[in-house]
Design a protein around this ligand. Sequence first.
Ligand code: NAD
Length: 472
Amino acid sequence: MQLTRTEIHLGGRWVRPDGTGTIPVENPATEETIAEIPACTATDVDRAVAAARAAFDGWADTGPADRAAALDRLHDALASRADALAETIGRELGSPRKFAARVQVGLPLRVLRGYADLARQPAPAETIGNSLVLREPVGVVGAITPWNYPLHQVVAKLAAALAAGCTVVLKPSELTPLVAYQLFDAIDEAGLPPGVVNLVTGTGPVVGAALAGHPDVDMVSFTGSTAVGRQIAHLAADRIARVALELGGKSANIVLDDADLTTAVKAGIGNCFVNSGQTCTAWTRMLVHRTRYAQALELAADIAAGYRLGDPFDPATRLGPLVSATQRDRVREYIARGLADGGRLVTGGPDAPVPDRGHFVAPTVIADVDPDSALAQEEVFGPVLAVIPFDDTDQAVAIANNSRYGLAGAVFAGDEQRALAVARRIRTGSVDVNGGSFNPLAPFGGYKQSGIGRELGVHGLAEFTQLKSIQR
Ligand code: NAD
């Protein structure tokens, strides 16, 4: 498969960028450079925003049936490429092949279909007294996305924005940009009107910042780190542009004394290690009632040891590499710091064997973690679980809420009503009770420094609209 690309997608065509530089893309499992992509400039961003602006009025006026049909065609064009998309994500991110197919590609396909259905049935105009209240598209959207779910993060923004009647300029992560190119091949095949979606590639400080600060971008929809989200909010604030921010997390999984321990620990480890721990919603803190603590640690050690590291294309592999050498070194430093701060190594750790080549970190469980320490407070973004004991439910809730983040969480209890009562007390945008599964139609987003706004489903669509009142 030819992965190197020299062009960007503006106004419905592949064109040469203004920038002449290139950015190498690495396969993190082999450490080989597998492609190069253009390093765009602020001039390319200007051209892309102009194309999106020119397309806006026409797309905003498109009726529900036509918008839905375009999203359906995009879904079908992507679905016909599902194998190639999963292979690309396996190569640029190191996602194990099965996970890449089921989640990295399967989830965005479900999201696209869901938005086609929502686009077909637009929200009826509301009447409040003598006012007719309409929802209108926000305008031109700058979408900036991270590397960890490189197709899903893009589709979650793009599908909602298009369903709402907005036009889009996308800047994908420079670490995993290749699947976005395949998405634009599908956009061509689906025959979306020129300029409705545009692609610029490059680094965050150059291309991302130019897009976030562009005077003709009405809304910036960003997924990434809290540090960069803060910078983007500052740039948007200068011109009072709308932002939607999906940021970091440090989610807690509370295991109450009457929980089914095997289910809770197995699900907890699975959630923490999913995508090699590079998941914003990962339950990276496991809080266990002290009467079950020793047993939970034994189970955790056994389960974690069963996670096989290796070649993402080997069907036996459950954990691929981390995305980059920088990320791997960062995660290893967090493990060392967690142990230096008094944590007890249960399994894995800095000296556990990993493949010679590739940016691998062994699945690691650390017990007795101080809830105020760096390992319990900071987002690690690797396969590292911090386990913390508690003595009563109030203390568990206090530890869970002792975080500047508020993205996700979980509660396991024998009595579901008890679990639901605890879930209500957790200050996060979502909580799963007794293994409740991910719902791509439910609002997704964070409290506190985990973000502003919601993605997915009808609430995600509403983010890309603004309200107008007409008085009669
Ligand atoms: P990142 O913040 O470094 O980069 C995200 C995107 O922003 C990339 O496209 C990058 O090029 C761009 N960028 C970087 N600096 C920029 C700047 N100064 N101005 C404008 N754009 C800039 O994040 P990452 O390392 O790619 O992804 C990991 C982070 O994303 C984690 O913190 C994770 O929790 C978060 N994340 C959040 C969610 C969510 O939905 N809440 C989902 C996935 C990932």
